[in-house]
Design a protein around this ligand. Structure first.
Ligand code: PEP
Ligand code: MG
Length: 326
């Protein structure tokens, strides 16, 4: 099987009926680029920049960040790279940043909340990203957006930094895109409004599932409630994809579900545009995509959201489907 998958390394990601989608890689550091290329990723769909902060002894300087971002962008030779601004807080802490203890860190000052409360640190990262954007095709993505105010604030800070750099004669990539993660249920519900103010969405199912099921993603004792295929979760995902398409923007997914064999046929039926996953999953999913015909699975989207009542029913739907195509 692995040998079969290897043959797909330089092939585009297409369905049995010839529809083209993007399979991208999630990375944590520029060192992951070798795996990205070895597995034939068509883009980087998520670069988690918090590791840059976690792996250093003090805040990484603008230049250190610029070097790391540029390395990844150049390494993709024009293919798109989505870089997420730091997602610190929650379970990710820095030795050199003394943040207050919180009762519920995953519901506390995390990700974009921390960035907006520490604007100088955020601005440094944005300048590094903007400077690096000149070397390829960059998408800047904000994590944990829950309200339009947060999005607008983040975008206005980004635009201020961009104008500042441009006025100093620094060039910024002409095809720079600005997007947001959909990982807070409120944003998934209100996706039609958010879609009017960004270039793309990327659904972060790792958090979206934990927040919508109220089940800690790392707690084994509630893992039975952490259900990617629960119809409630799927409705949020479908609502997000539909809102994106109704408003002419693309929608990706960078949570684990994108590379999950059970979730994948459902997501494909919903028309998700981009699937970002750990590099080692790419060829398996590309091979699965090749077996699926979008005309034949069309009904699956509505079935999974509105006819099935449980995650188990959806798992059965997909396993019955796979028994037919395999
Ligand atoms: C997610 O929440 O699905 C996601 C991709 O982000 P992280 O796993 O880094 O929280
Ligand atoms: Mg997340």
């Amino acid at each position: 099987q692995k040998a079969e998958w290897q043959k797909l390394k330089y092939e585009p990601s297409v369905t049995a009926d010839g529809k083209k989608f993007t399979i991208a890689a999630n990375i944590g550091t520029p060192n992951d680029m070798a795996g990205v290329n070895e597995n034939g990723a068509e883009a980087v769909g998520l670069y988690r920049t918090e590791f840059l902060y976690m792996d250093s002894k003090d805040f990484p300087t603008e230049d250190a960040q610029y070097d790391a971002y540029k390395k990844v962008i150049e390494g993709m030779h024009g293919k798109q790279v989505i870089i997420r601004t730091m997602d610190i807080g929650g379970d990710k802490h820095l030795d050199y940043w003394d943040l207050p203890d919180e009762m519920n860190p995953f519901l506390g000052v995390r990700a974009i909340r921390l960035s907006l409360q520490n604007e100088e640190i955020f601005r440094t990262q944005l300048r590094a990203l903007l400077r690096a954007s000149a070397y390829g095709s960059l998408g800047i993505m904000f994590p944990m957006i829950g309200t339009l105010n947060e999005l607008r604030k983040a975008k206005s800070i980004l635009n201020e930094e961009k104008d500042q750099l441009t006025s100093q004669g620094v060039s910024v990539g002409s095809d720079l895109q600005v997007g947001m993660m959909i990982e807070v249920p409120a944003a998934a519900v209100l996706a039609d409004q958010f879609a009017k103010e960004v270039d793309f969405f990327s659904i972060g199912t790792n958090d979206l599932i934990q927040y919508s099921m109220a089940a800690d993603r790392g707690n084994d004792n509630v893992s039975y409630l952490y259900q990617p295929a629960n119809p409630a979760v799927l409705r949020l995902i479908k609502n997000t994809i539909d809102a994106a398409h109704d408003n002419g923007i693309w929608c990706g997914m960078c949570g684990e579900a994108a590379g999950d064999s059970t979730m994948f046929p459902i997501l494909l039926a919903m028309g998700l545009d981009e699937y970002s996953m750990s590099a080692t999953s790419i060829l398996r999913i590309r091979s699965l995509m090749k077996k699926l015909d979008t005309n034949e699975i069309k009904e699956l989207a509505n079935q999974a959201c509105f006819e099935s009542k449980t995650a188990e029913e959806n798992e059965k739907l997909v396993s019955d489907l796979m028994a037919k195509v395999d």
